[in-house]
Design a protein around this ligand. Structure first.
Ligand code: GAL
Length: 411
């Protein structure tokens, strides 16, 4: 594969007119209201430095479509200058020899990037990607007006959650807004896995321990997920995450399980945490932090082994303190770069930051499977199929855990 890709790149390089060094094409999937506002900051920053931004946005939450387009473009010899990538997949791309190092832009970075994120950004000791932000995955979003109307409080446990959902349902609301796309199904499910403890999560999702994957606790996880499904409305099939968030914003639904990019949508709609909505760690996960971190990885242009000036401008722009702050203010995340002051951020982001710090100390910080931070594409894909199949059928929990353990062995 490595050789073929290089040949394709070389041919494209010979045929193509050299790409202008001061133009960069950036492939990403930040297309919702909050997301586009956030990525607009980067476009502005690089354009201020004389680099033309060629936007390559491919809609589809979690990059489902964008990553397919990326593969096609790279294999046909038209890689973007940079693409939104993350976790172990950065190393997969690097192994194919299609990424380029940006070392000359990375002075001092080792001290500015948290290790749980940094380990994915370097290949063979060289930086090939730059971190954009950190998202907390294990949030539950609650409409405050509905919460007050039914006299509820943010639930700390699953029994409290189901009691609250019952009240919302009885008051005529959809209790849980859900988007039935595979990655959203898995995010809901992985949050329930985490509610059994960070150690349990790590054993199951990171270490793929067969005993843990087929344990009684895992059966309970599927049972809880099955029960949560009884609080959806009828329109979940294929629903985008931001439309589900909109149901909570507009007071049609009481709650949504989603990462904090949902906060970008609340913010865009002028909603204030604590007043209009609540961000609460999902039941049973208050002491844990499930993370996802976007980065931009740099692709070799015209077969060159060195980064273009435009790519280096982009890398530095992403790591600049101003960008790290402003992007996350719009996006709902927290900066990836260490040492950015949190005073301009809202209470949810402040809590995300504080919880992340204590989770690092307590060793309760874990990577998200749904977001490609925990496993290779092959394993994550096989596990996703199991979870999605369960959620869209009447399969029983005991056979689901067997299927899960089998899926974990695909590598
Ligand atoms: C994730 C990405 C986030 C957000 C989300 C929804 O994969 O890391 O930044 O864009 O998809 O599209």
């Amino acid at each position: 594969m490595k050789r073929n890709v290089w040949i394709a790149l070389a041919v494209a390089g010979a045929l193509n007119t050299a790409q202008a060094a001061d133009q960069i094409e950036v492939l990403h999937w930040w297309t919702s209201g909050g997301e586009s506002k956030a990525v607009g900051v980067l476009k502005q920053d690089v354009e201020k430095q004389g680099v033309t931004w060629k936007d390559f946005a491919v809609a589809g939450g979690s990059g489902t479509n964008a990553l397919t387009v990326l593969k096609t473009n790279v294999v046909s010899g038209h890689p973007p200058s940079a693409a939104q990538l993350k976790g172990p997949s950065i190393h997969d791309w690097a192994e194919q020899g299609v990424l380029v190092d940006i070392d000359s832009a990375t002075q001092g970075w080792d001290k500015l990037i948290p290790p749980q994120v940094g380990k994915f950004l370097k290949y063979d000791g060289h930086y090939v990607a730059v971190p954009v932000e950190i998202h907390r995955m294990n949030w539950l979003w609650i409409n405050k007006e509905i919460l007050d109307k039914v006299g509820g409080a943010a639930p700390n446990t699953w029994p409290e959650f189901f009691a609250l959902a019952d009240k919302m349902k009885a008051a005529g609301y959809t209790a849980v807004a859900h988007g039935g796309q595979p990655w959203q199904d898995v995010n809901l499910w992985e949050g329930v896995v985490l509610s059994q403890g960070a150690d349990f999560y790590r054993k199951a999702i990171v270490e793929l321990d067969p005993k843990t994957l087929t344990s009684d606790k895992m059966v309970q996880v599927f049972d809880i997920v099955r029960k949560i499904g009884s609080y959806y409305d009828n329109g979940t099939t294929g629903r985008d995450w931001n439309l589900a968030t909109m149901m909570v914003i507009n007071g049609k639904a009481g709650m949504q399980f989603m990462a904090d990019w949902a906060k970008g949508e609340f913010a865009r709609a002028g909603k204030v945490p604590g007043k209009d909505y609540i961000c609460a760690p999902r039941p049973g996960t208050a002491g844990s932090y499930m993370f996802n971190s976007d980065s931009l990885a740099f692709f070799s242009q015209n077969g060159s082994k060195t980064a273009t000036p435009g790519q280096l401008v982009l890398a530095k722009a992403v790591m600049s303190p101003d960008f790290q702050e402003q992007f996350s203010l719009y996006k709902g995340s927290i900066p990836a770069r260490i040492g950015i002051p949190m005073d301009k951020f809202d209470d949810c982001a402040k809590r995300s930051y504080a919880d992340e710090q204590s989770a690092i100390k307590a060793n309760t910080i874990v990577p998200s499977l749904a977001q490609g931070m925990a496993q290779t594409e092959a394993v994550a894909g096989a596990m996703t199929d199991v979870v999605t199949k369960f959620m869209h059928s009447q399969q029983d929990s005991k056979s689901a855990v067997q299927a899960l353990a089998a899926a974990a062995k695909v590598n």
